[in-house]
Design a protein around this ligand. Structure first.
Ligand SMILES: [Zn+2]
Ligand SMILES: [Zn+2]
Length: 280
């Protein structure tokens, strides 16, 4: 785990506009950019924390990981260029402030400016806890832990969850596969009419555990439409979700026959029976 120093007051802006990058991370789930990294400490997958060391704001502002480590050739003082993928960036002014860092993550000279710093494991754990405490839950999915609050394996899962919500990837997937559930065939448009049009979940087929560094999403090959029920069932198995084919096999083994869904009349009759029998 390494801390990457960034001075927002200086001209060199790796984000090409920090404010718009914050929006991009919120929407797409990640943002990649070049960064001067310490060659010995930055390997593929190394977690990084963005540390703002500007005159007006000093504090931890973001989280990510190394996707392309720098060449192990001799490098200058600032490090060698590699690629970092940020999965959480807070707006400026919303960082974990210096006084809180000093108090809760001791053993690190938070007041000193530097391009990068290795964070020892204990301090890393404390920083992660503090990040979680000061994060606001995701608006789109309050159940999804904010990036940076869980260890790297779980981070990969959070990334997969983000692929499933990425609006442009979703459009490409649905344009190709349609909007009916790939397991049970349920169509929200057929069942609910116009309001159900285009409503369906999108599921990422490859489990998070098999995403290698440098993985690029293919919305047609890697995503399928699933109704929320089948989607929940897919993720019931951990860490590798059930595939659509496995789910279809489970359904037929369980004796599901299409058309056996109870009608509202049958459900009312059942409820009446329970009420009448229960009242006896
Ligand atoms: Zn389904
Ligand atoms: Zn899924």
């Amino acid at each position: 785990m390494i801390l990457l120093g960034w001075n927002p007051d200086r001209g060199d802006d790796p984000f090409g506009g920090y404010r718009s990058t914050v929006d991009e991370v919120t929407g797409a789930g990640f943002f990649r950019c070049k960064w001067l990294l310490p060659p010995l400490q930055a390997t593929a997958g190394t977690e990084v924390w963005l540390f703002s060391q500007g005159s007006r704001e000093r504090g931890v502002l973001g989280h990510g990981r190394v996707v392309a480590p720098p060449d192990p050739l001799p490098s200058g003082r600032g490090g060698a260029p590699g690629i970092v993928e940020f999965d959480a960036l807070r707006p400026r002014g919303d960082s974990i402030p210096l006084d809180l860092l000093t108090l809760r993550v001791p053993g690190i000279a938070w007041g000193v400016n530097r391009p990068s710093l290795r964070i020892p494991a204990a301090a890393g754990l404390a920083l992660r806890t503090l990040w979680a405490e000061t994060s606001t839950p995701e608006e789109a999915d309050p159940l999804l832990p904010p990036p940076g609050t869980l260890p790297p394996g779980a981070l990969a899962q959070a990334r997969v969850n983000r692929y499933e919500r990425d609006p442009s990837a979703r459009r490409v997937c649905l344009a190709h596969h349609g909007t009916s559930c790939a397991v049970c065939g349920f169509s929200f448009e057929e069942a609910f009419g116009p309001p159900g049009r285009d409503f369906v979940h999108v599921h990422h087929l490859a489990p998070a555990t098999r995403l290698v560094a440098g993985y690029e999403l293919d919305p047609i090959a890697d995503l399928v439409p699933l109704c929320p029920n089948c989607h929940s069932m897919a993720h019931l198995r951990l860490p590798d979700p059930y595939s659509p084919a496995e789910l279809r096999a489970l359904r037929s083994a369980a004796g599901f026959v299409p058309g056996t869904t109870l009608s509202p009349e049958q459900l009312t009759a059942q409820a009446d029976a329970v009420r009448i029998l229960g009242a006896r």
